[in-house]
Write a protein that binds this ligand. Structure first.
Ligand SMILES: [Zn+2]
Ligand SMILES: [Zn+2]
Length: 183
């Protein structure tokens, strides 16, 4: 969906969209597994630069939710993770900050992007925001044993003959702590 500056000059645009699974390309490691739902509002914000220059910024506020498939951090098996995120973004015309980087940052909370030409493609925004919502680390299950660092076998599926003294010690220590907490 294109958000056109020409339309925004007339009135803000409220959007409510649903994108089919895999419609948003999230790269090699992450897949969009369920419809991505999004809703929000786009409006034009005039930003005065000096005496005569007025930038037409697009402010985009909204939220998104979907389910992602991504690899388990330990064994790489696919894991489904529900994500949702709300956003409040400002897009300036591309090139408007060229040469004066200082002005590009207006505050720690402000997220500034740029749009090219006369419109902003909602899908691009959603791709970026969905990737920002991806959890840093997911595991298929709490006690996932992961891949053997020596032979590469998935230790949830089959035992290998390699020795893992360091891992075992760490695991024992964790178990110890857990038992103490429970008593
Ligand atoms: Zn796993
Ligand atoms: Zn092994």
């Amino acid at each position: 969906m294109f958000i056109e500056v020409a339309d925004l000059e007339l009135h803000p645009i409220d959007f409510q969209e649903e994108f089919a699974p895999d419609a948003i390309d999230l790269g090699a490691d992450v897949r969009q597994r369920t419809p991505l739902k999004t809703g929000g509002r786009a409006q034009l914000v005039e930003e005065h630069r000096g005496k005569h220059k007025v930038l037409q910024d697009i402010r985009l506020q909204g939220e998104l939710s979907t389910s992602l498939e991504l690899p388990c951090a330990r064994c790489l098996d696919p894991v489904i993770s529900d994500v949702s995120r709300s956003f409040d973004l400002l897009y300036r015309p591309l090139g408007s900050d060229a040469g004066n980087e200082e002005q590009a940052v207006t505050g720690p909370e402000a997220e500034i992007g740029y749009y090219e030409g006369e419109h902003l493609l909602l899908e691009d925004v959603l791709r970026e925001q969905t990737l920002l919502a991806v959890p840093l680390k997911v595991v298929c299950r709490e006690d996932c044993k992961g891949l053997c660092p020596t032979c590469g076998k998935n230790r949830n599926v089959e035992l290998c003959a390699c020795e893992h003294p360091v891992e075992d010690l760490r695991w024992a220590a964790l178990k110890d702590i857990r038992e103490k907490l429970q008593h």
